[in-house]
Design a protein around this ligand. Structure first.
Ligand SMILES: *Cc1c(COP(=O)(O)O)cnc(C)c1O
Length: 345
């Protein structure tokens, strides 16, 4: 039976081109700064993101946590989107590794309302924890994949900068937003003091993330990566796949977005509610609150029909399109959903 896995774009497997590049990669000891393939990936990523320098890390989580440790001192307060990965899905790293205090803010259409951000800054006093960093995400909300327009980000970042508060952009899926809005990723990251992207989501590399920023920031990030055991040796084997990801896998993300739209239309035609609508990138949520079954039962029944989805609340599942989901699969998914609905309504 064909399995259509819509749980996440992290399930993508490396392409033939990646495997070939990995086999042939020229490598050296990256802790000694001697791996030319890692160096090439870092330079390429820095260029694409419009930053001076970049650091290849094990994961998006590692990039995020390193950034916080660079920008903040223990006891600082960090403003985060309440739906963000850094706040919800990094095992409390902000507290456990960075020693920071977190201030989650509700976002609207993927970004903080200006007045909410303004009133979240701490007034300096002997009793308050200084606001040490403001974090943003783009695409925003890993259960919605919202493409946040660069100018909206620029405006809020300027407010942070006017108070000398650094701005960090978790751009795990920044290339999805860039493709959706038809702009360069560097445009979306220009107001960020540092930005991270994932190579392992829609870009399909097997391992890795890149953190980019000023030369000084990256030098410090490299030391912190080493401290937490993220220094690696012949990492060029992995970086080689990352180079292919950046060279050949960005433009095709538009295919994933088109499939997500087709999927949304089909689900709506079956009487379901989909968020966001229209779909903005490769992620959508299906609302099941009107049905007689919860999201786990819905997912279990779909699984029996070869379709994997991720329950996110008791009344909603997430579906994500990616390079290993093909056009014909959408029909299979809609057929399976329809069968589940007929069984259960
Ligand atoms: C996936 C993701 C991460 C973490 O990446 P890993 O490589 O899985 O650690 C961070 N932020 C966002 C928004 C993500 O979607």
């Amino acid at each position: 039976m064909r399995i259509v896995d819509l749980r996440s774009d992290t399930v993508t497997t490396p392409t033939e081109e990646m495997r070939n590049a990995m086999a042939k990669a020229v490598v050296g000891d990256d802790v000694l700064g001697e791996d030319p393939t890692v160096r090439m990936l870092e330079e390429k990523a820095a260029g694409l993101l419009g930053k001076e320098s970049a650091l290849f890390t094990n994961s998006g989580t590692m990039s995020n946590q390193i950034a916080v440790m660079c920008f903040c001192r223990p006891g600082d307060e960090v403003i985060v989107p309440d739906s963000s990965h850094i706040y919800n899905l990094e095992v409390g790293g902000l507290a456990a590794l960075g020693g920071v205090q977190v201030r989650p803010l509700v976002t609207a259409d993927g970004i903080y309302p200006e007045d909410a951000l303004l009133s979240a800054f701490r007034q300096p006093s002997i009793q308050t924890s200084p606001t040490g960093l403001v974090c943003f995400e783009n695409s925003a909300d890993l259960n919605l994949g919202l493409a946040v327009d660069g100018q909206r980000f620029d405006r809020l970042a300027a407010i942070c900068k006017s108070r000398s508060i650094p701005v960090y952009l978790d751009g795990a899926r920044l290339f999805n937003t860039a493709v959706a809005l038809k702009v360069n990723a560097s445009n979306l990251a220009r107001s960020a003091d540092a930005v991270a992207v994932c190579l392992t989501k829609g870009l399909s590399a097997p391992i890795g993330s890149v953190l980019a920023g000023s030369r000084e920031f990256i030098a410090q990030a490299r030391r912190i990566r080493q401290r937490i055991g993220g220094g690696w040796r012949q990492a060029g084997i992995i970086a080689a796949a990352g180079i292919v990801a950046l060279d050949s896998m960005v433009a095709r993300l538009s295919e994933d977005h088109a499939l997500a739209s087709t999927l949304a239309e089909g689900l709506i035609a079956l009487g379901l509610r989909v968020r966001p609508y229209p779909v903005q990138t490769n992620i959508l949520q299906v609302d099941l609150t009107d049905l007689a079954i919860n999201s786990q039962q819905f997912a279990d029944r779909l699984r029996k029909k070869g379709v994997l989805v991720k329950p996110i609340t008791s009344g909603a599942v997430r579906m994500v399109t990616h390079k290993d989901v093909h056009k014909g699969d959408i029909q299979l998914v809609l057929q399976a959903v329809q069968e589940v609905l007929i069984d259960r309504i």
